[in-house]
Design a binder for this molecule. Structure first.
Ligand code: ZN
Length: 148
């Protein structure tokens, strides 16, 4: 059964990452740029956000790593673009609950990110899927601290 879940997880993630990942590259003059590493897998994510009036106007990522980390970054950036900082924080919490809590009830707001639900059965992969979300949280903290 776990084997089937793993296959499904990889198949969906590969489909997503197999196309050109969305929002991959550099922003011109980002408001904030955050680099995070996942040493257990070797994933690197550099996340850039352009923020004005508490809205994430644009978002891009760079880096390298496993398919899970890249697919998660592609899907997260699609989901977060155009959201307010408060909405982004709520989505990050929802994603974190989904990936760690067996009693999680599907949150439709997560949209495509729901495909990572199966990752909670594979603890060594949780860090891969959450890396870009952690970079998002750090970026928002940085901006909020800078704004007092
Ligand atoms: Zn990884």
């Amino acid at each position: 059964m776990d084997h089937d879940n793993l296959s499904t997880l990889y198949r969906q993630a590969i489909l997503e990452a197999g196309e050109d990942p969305h929002n991959f590259g550099d922003l011109l003059r980002p408001t904030v740029s955050t680099e995070l590493h996942n040493p257990t897998c070797g994933d690197v994510i550099i996340l850039q956000l352009k923020i004005s009036d508490h809205i994430i106007k644009d978002i891009k990522f760079k880096g390298q790593g496993c398919i899970i980390s890249q697919a998660s970054a592609s899907i997260m950036t699609d989901l977060i673009k155009g959201k307010s900082l408060d909405q982004a924080k709520k989505l990050r919490i929802a994603f974190s609950q989904m990936i760690t809590d067996n009693h999680f009830i599907d949150n439709d707001k997560l949209k495509d990110a729901l495909i990572f639900k199966g990752v909670r059965k594979f603890p060594q992969r949780i860090k891969c899927a959450t890396l870009v979300w952690n970079a998002l949280e750090k970026s928002i903290q940085h901006v909020e601290e800078a704004n007092g």
